[in-house]
Design a protein. Structure first.
Length: 201
């Protein structure tokens, strides 16, 4: 037991630490909180798993189109889970429909029918007919028309709700075709040109 300081004697600066009594309910409340957080985390995990099990990634189906001048075109069709609007995807010069694969998948997951086409002379499509002028790219408008006719035959595509997305030469072809078809409701154009290899929108 510490001796009380005598008169005139300085008290020691070191005092014994007094420990506060721990509340009995503290640990109980902490356990209840931890248990609540645990149940909440478990519930969130179950919801995420159930939601994920209902999703399906869109897959491509290879299809063949026929133009009015007899060219066979290769294309990939991406279908959503239910009928929806449709979009035709047109690639750049010297490229192919594979450039649109990621975009087409996202569109289908969002409920939009996507048709990516290899223009004539590109990818797996036929080359231009023998004797045709290779510099006359206006014939490629028929490729877009063939894609439009194909979509009109698909019950997954809602009639009258068609869009076209094109890059470079594909952008110019989209403009030229859309001017002839009132069913085309929207255009998405990447790097169109005023005069791209004789294609003048």
């Amino acid at each position: 037991m510490r001796r009380p300081a005598a008169r005139g004697e300085r008290a020691s600066p070191h005092r014994p630490r007094v420990r506060q009594p721990r509340e009995a309910g503290c640990s109980v409340r902490r356990m209840q909180t931890d248990c609540h957080h645990g149940r909440l985390a478990l519930a969130c995990t179950v919801v995420l798993l159930l939601t994920a099990s209902g999703l399906r990634a869109a897959s491509a189906t290879d299809v063949s189109l026929r133009t009015e001048d007899g060219i066979s075109l290769a294309a990939s069709l991406y279908l959503p889970a239910r009928p929806g609007p449709a979009v035709i995807l047109l690639h750049m010069w010297t490229r192919s429909r594979e450039d649109w694969k990621a975009v087409a998948t996202r569109l289908a997951d969002a409920g939009i029918v996507a048709l990516a086409v290899d223009l004539r002379g590109h990818g797996a499509s036929d080359p231009p007919p023998d004797g045709s002028d290779p510099q006359d790219l206006n014939r490629m408008v028929a490729d877009v028309r063939a894609a439009r006719v194909f979509l009109a035959s698909r019950r997954e595509a809602i009639p009258g709700r068609i869009g076209i997305a094109g890059a470079s030469i594909g952008a110019n072809l989209a403009i030229l075709y859309a001017a002839t078809d009132p069913a085309v409701r929207s255009l998405a154009l990447l790097s169109p040109g005023i005069d791209y290899r004789s294609l003048r929108p």
